[in-house]
Design a protein around this ligand. Structure first.
Ligand code: TNX
Length: 556
């Protein structure tokens, strides 16, 4: 053991080691890591991490520096910003003097995978790529007691039990969706969400930016989208009765507004990239369009001037598919969007689009006749196909909510299955790639405790932690179809989530369960074992100041 922090550090190391790792029988226990790695083997002995242990990072690339920054942030939480260890960026490990922390790449390992070895020599991380190294740092975060991670810098050394971890993700797409349209969240709040995602090894941020109740992204060619479309003059109070609005409907009388400037978007995309998170923007088409139509009435079938919607639920006022102007609008908007987001995927919505307006619209009817389309759903499919083709010319694939399947999609479209898993299964059987995000396992706007009266008002439904944990994204698929499941996603719709602390509350700890589904995969999952490991993460939530639902923990 190399404890340079003096007697106090040595004593702290010894006491914490006893508390953290040794069971009543005296056996050495595996540490509690969530999501569960592929393999964790506790070893003998320990390493005392202190502020003067050097950290070697090689090769010296931009991405490895991102992984190193994450470790630096973690070390600063423990040792303080003044006495963080020195980072040495190097070409090879020949120059390493042990004990040390080493972070290197290995060409024997697949992307995003890593190994982490704590021994008396120090901490050795190998990653298949820099993302893998970054995930190793997240695992290390859970090996360091949360109690010392409070940025106080008062701890000179931390004991780490010897352990050997081998790990790689089950799914390449591990998503979290935030609906920033129903309620706006600031750049800093979005960054906090990205931090939360990172500690759970989630890697896709699906950013729902447009809806009936708000358009939240600046588009230079169409300034009214944000001048008008980002402001809702008031919001319904309490539970939306679903279309039955009258003089008894109550509103808060307070305008709700906010949008992301292009600089905000760039800042968030860069922040996410530093955490190996891809940002997938969603621009809804052809439904959930009222804020856009309120900004430019010619986008609707009737040309009528509407207000940005102030209630929730599904709206009949959708984009006109008969007029060419709708497509020129989308091409302009999506060109600007594609310029901001390097993601290979762009989400084009596609959900909940009533055809009532199209049925009465001569332009839409003419379009259907010309094309010989037999249903209004197919009209949607025609529109989606055009948008897919356009985005294809920009080198992007589309993701759409599962209604795009009914409307008719190309083989290259990715279907996000939300109305249960059946549409995802159907899409996979057709050969399309899918992301499983069904209401019954992934809707984090649902209640997480059965004691609804004690919970903040939510959309409805009931989705306790254990249910999220039981999600098997492969269910119903045969082995040949399973590779078409890119991954899973937790969805945070925010009709009833007016502020970010409530978003945290709805997300946590259910995101921990979803992360285990996404990262560890469906085989050999064990809820009891998950619950035994979870307290380490809960303690991190407390230390980092993330609000979470404690009552949900009682639902077994
Ligand atoms: C359905 S899921 C929606 C959203 C709502 C959500 C509430 C989906 C593609 N559409 O517009 O916010 O239900 O749970």
């Amino acid at each position: 053991m190399n404890c340079l922090g003096g007697i106090r550090a040595a004593a702290l190391c010894a006491a914490a080691a006893v508390l953290a790792m040794v069971s009543c029988t005296g056996d050495v226990q595996s540490p509690g890591i969530v999501p569960l790695p592929c393999s964790v083997a506790a070893g003998e002995g320990e390493f005392c991490l202190s502020a003067d242990v050097p950290v070697y990072v090689c090769p010296d690339t931009r991405e490895m520096r991102c992984a190193a920054d994450e470790l630096k942030e973690l070390m600063e939480r423990v040792f303080g910003t003044e006495s963080c260890p020195g980072f040495i960026f190097c070409g090879s490990l020949d120059e390493v003097a042990h004990p040390a922390v080493t972070m290197v790449l290995s060409d024997r390992m697949p992307a995003s995978s890593y190994s982490l070895e704590v021994s008396e020599d120090g901490v050795a991380v190998e990653g298949g790529d820099a993302a893998g190294v970054f995930y190793a740092v997240q695992t290390l975060r859970q090996l360091i007691p949360a109690e010392v991670q409070g940025f106080s810098g008062s701890v000179p050394a931390v004991p780490l039990q010897a352990v050997s971890v081998e790990d790689s993700p089950a799914f390449e797409y591990r998503g979290v969706m935030l609906d920033a349209a129903r309620h706006f969240f600031s750049v800093d709040e979005v960054k906090t969400l990205l931090d939360i995602m990172a500690i759970h090894k989630m890697n896709v941020f699906h950013w729902h930016l447009t809806d009936d109740q708000g358009w939240r992204i600046e588009i230079d060619s169409f300034p009214e989208l944000t001048r008008i479309g980002s402001v809702r003059k008031r919001t319904i109070v309490g539970k939306d009765p679903g279309g039955e609005y009258d003089e008894t409907t109550q509103y808060d009388g307070t305008p709700h507004s906010g949008y992301y400037t292009k600089d905000d978007v760039r800042e968030i995309v860069e922040y996410a990239a530093g955490r190996f998170i891809t940002v997938v923007p969603e621009i809804e088409f052809p439904g959930h369009a009222v804020a856009a139509i309120a900004s430019y009435p010619w986008l609707g079938c009737t040309g009528e001037q509407f207000e940005v919607r102030q209630t929730w639920d599904i709206d009949d006022r959708v984009f006109c598919i008969g007029r060419e102007s709708t497509f020129s609008f989308f091409e302009e908007v999506l060109s600007e969007v594609a310029e901001l987001f390097p993601s290979g995927y762009i989400h084009i919505g596609g959900d909940e689009c009533p055809s009532k307006m199209w049925e009465k619209c001569p332009e839409c009817r003419r379009r259907m006749e010309e094309l010989g389309l037999e249903s209004f759903r197919r009209l949607q499919g025609y529109g989606t196909g055009r948008i897919e083709k356009f985005l294809g010319s920009l080198g992007r694939s589309i993701i759409g909510w599962d209604e795009i399947l009914e409307a008719g999609v190309s083989d290259s479209a990715i279907v996000m299955s939300w109305r249960g898993c059946d549409t995802g299964i159907e899409a996979a059987k057709r050969g399309n790639r899918v992301i499983m995000s069904p209401t019954e396992y992934s809707y984090f706007d649902y209640y997480q405790s059965s004691d609804i009266d004690a919970e903040p008002l939510a959309w409805g439904g009931y989705l306790p932690l254990e249910k999220v944990y039981s999600f098997d994204p492969y269910s119903g698929l045969d082995d040949g179809e399973k590779p078409l499941v890119l991954g899973v996603q937790a969805n945070l719709w925010t009709e009833y989530i007016p502020d970010f602390t409530q978003a945290e509350y709805m997300l946590l700890p259910r995101l921990a369960a979803m992360s285990e589904v996404a990262w560890h995969g469906p085989c050999d999952k064990d809820y009891r074992d998950f619950r035994k490991r979870l307290p380490v993460l809960l303690q991190l939530y407390r230390t980092y100041g993330y609000r979470f639902c404690e009552s949900g923990l009682c639902e077994m």
